[in-house]
Design a protein around this ligand. Structure first.
Ligand SMILES: [Zn+2]
Length: 101
């Protein structure tokens, strides 16, 4: 997992997931990578967990559909609460500035 300072548009994606396939001496290897917006460095750990769970689920389900949220909840039972809290936190960042230094 990597932090990415370029991911900053809070109305857009907070994380990115990517699967790259590389050719290693004739053998194909796939590598999954998850990038998370740098703002999560200073956010509560539960928020980081939420975004990781979200991106991990995307490795299996691309859309935000029922199967996707089922995966999220399987990994993190309080996923929906956390997602709500993260939105609230981001709104706070936007309106009032940094909460954690
Ligand atoms: Zn998503």
């Amino acid at each position: 997992m990597l932090y990415d300072g370029k991911i900053s548009d809070i109305n857009d994606a907070l994380g990115l997931h990517r699967i790259t396939i590389k050719n290693h001496g004739g053998r194909l290897r796939s590598k999954s990578e998850i990038r998370v917006a740098s703002l999560f460095k200073t956010a509560p750990e539960a928020f980081l967990k939420m975004i990781c769970v979200h991106e991990l689920s995307h490795l299996k389900e691309k859309e935000h559909n029922k199967a996707f949220y089922a995966l999220c909840e399987k990994m993190e039972p309080s996923y929906h609460q956390l997602e709500f809290d993260v939105r609230l936190y981001l709104t706070h960042l936007e309106l009032c500035g940094k909460l954690y230094m």
